[in-house]
Design a protein around this ligand. Structure first.
Ligand code: SN0
Length: 317
C-alpha cells in the first residue's frame, strides 16, 4: 500500500482483519520496522482520538512522530491556485506540502469537508494535493468524503462482538445542532458492506448519502422499521449530500435520537458511535452508558486500525 484513503487501498478485507488481529495481540512485534522513520500528522481540524491513536500506533512501530495543528501557530495557508495573496493567508499549500513532505517518511492528513462547494469536497481537493505534491505516502485521518481509519476500527470492533456470521448492522442518522460532514457515514456504509454484513442505512428524506458509498446497503426512511432485529446500531449525524441543500441541516427531529425505546426494537443490539457524541441529541445517557454500548472498545481499536495501516506502508518503504 502506498496511500491509505479508502477501503480500496487496504486490499482483501478478510486478510486486513487478520493483520489487525495480529497487531492487536502483538503491539510491539514490529518495533524495528519504524526505526529512524518519522510520521508527520497534519491537522486542519480538531481531533482527540485520531491524534492520540495514530500517534500511539506510530510509536508502537518505533517511529518518531511530529504533530502540527495548522490553525495553531503555522502560517495561514492558501489552498486555491492563481489567487493574488494580498489577504491574511501567508503561505501557499503548493510550497507548504513539499516542505512538510521533506521532513517525514509518512504523512497523515486531517482535512474536513468545507460543506459549501460540493465538487471541491467530493474531488478531495486538499488530500489529493498532499498525494500529488508531498512525495510521501499519505494516510487520510478523515478527509472531505471519508474516514477510513474510523471505518476500519468499526469493522474490527464488529468482528470482535458479532454473534453470527452476517450480523444485521443499522446505521441511523440522528439529530445534531451543527452541519457535519458525510465522511464518517460514507466510510462506515462502504466498509460494512465490503465486510459482507446485512447493512441498512436509515435517514429522513433528503439525507440520502452518495450512492457511491452506500452501494450494497438497504436504504430506509422509517427508523423503527429499520431497527427491528438489528445486531448493531451505528448512530451518526450528517448534513445533506443532495445538490440543492448540500452541507445544510434540514431536520432536527428529536424522535430520531437513539433511546432505550428505540434500542428495545433491536435484537439486543450493540450501540456504536465514532465519538465525539452529543448526548441526548444523538443518543440518550441511558443507551450510551448501557452494557450494550461499545463506544469505548470501538475508540480503542483506532490504535489497531492505524497501526495495521502504518505497518503496511512501512513495509513498502
Ligand atoms: C466530526 C464528523 O465528521 O462528524 C468528526 C468525527 C470523528 N465530528 C464533529 O465535527 C463533531 C463536532 C461537534 O460539535 O459535535
Amino acid at each position: 500500500m502506498r496511500h491509505f484513503t479508502s477501503v480500496h487501498d487496504i486490499g482483501d478485507l478478510k486478510s486486513a482483519l487478520e493483520r489487525a488481529r495480529f497487531v492487536k495481540e502483538n503491539p510491539f512485534a514490529d518495533k524495528e520496522l519504524g526505526r529512524d522513520k518519522t510520521m508527520l500528522l497534519i491537522f486542519f481540524n480538531s481531533s482527540l482520538r485520531t491524534r492520540l491513536s495514530t500517534q500511539r500506533a506510530a510509536m508502537n512501530l518505533g517511529m518518531n512522530v511530529i504533530v502540527l495543528d495548522v490553525n495553531q501557530g503555522a502560517w495561514k495557508l492558501e489552498t486555491e491556485r492563481g489567487v493574488v495573496m494580498d489577504g491574511d493567508k501567508s503561505e501557499h499549500i503548493l510550497e507548504a506540502i513539499p516542505v512538510m513532505g521533506s521532513y517525514c517518511d509518512i504523512i497523515g492528513v486531517r482535512s474536513f469537508a468545507g460543506l459549501t462547494d460540493k465538487s471541491a469536497d467530493y474531488s478531495e481537493n486538499i488530500l489529493s494535493q498532499f498525494i500529488k505534491y508531498s512525495g510521501k505516502p499519505v494516510v487520510s485521518m478523515e478527509a472531505a468524503t471519508g474516514h477510513p481509519l474510523q471505518a476500519f476500527a468499526d469493522i474490527i470492533t464488529i468482528e470482535e462482538h458479532k454473534k453470527c456470521a452476517r450480523p444485521k448492522v443499522v446505521m441511523t442518522w440522528a439529530p445534531h445542532p451543527k452541519a457535519l460532514p458525510q465522511a464518517v457515514p460514507n466510510s462506515f456504509a462502504q466498509w460494512s458492506a465490503a465486510a459482507g454484513y446485512d447493512v441498512t442505512v436509515v435517514q429522513p428524506h433528503g439525507y440520502e448519502l452518495s450512492p457511491e458509498f452506500t452501494k450494497g446497503c438497504k436504504i430506509e426512511y422509517n427508523q423503527d422499521k429499520a431497527l427491528e432485529g438489528a445486531d448493531f446500531v451505528y448512530a451518526k449525524n450528517w448534513s445533506v449530500f443532495d445538490d440543492a441543500n448540500y452541507g445544510k441541516v434540514i431536520c432536527k427531529d428529536m424522535d430520531w435520537t437513539v433511546s432505550e425505546k428505540k434500542m428495545a426494537l433491536t435484537n439486543n443490539a450493540f450501540f456504536m458511535h465514532c465519538l465525539p457524541v452529543r448526548r441526548n441529541m444523538i443518543v440518550t445517557d441511558a443507551v450510551i452508558e448501557s452494557p450494550q454500548s461499545i463506544v469505548i472498545p470501538e475508540a480503542a481499536n483506532r490504535v489497531v486500525s492505524a497501526q495495521t495501516v502504518i505497518k503496511d506502508i512501512l513495509k513498502t518503504l
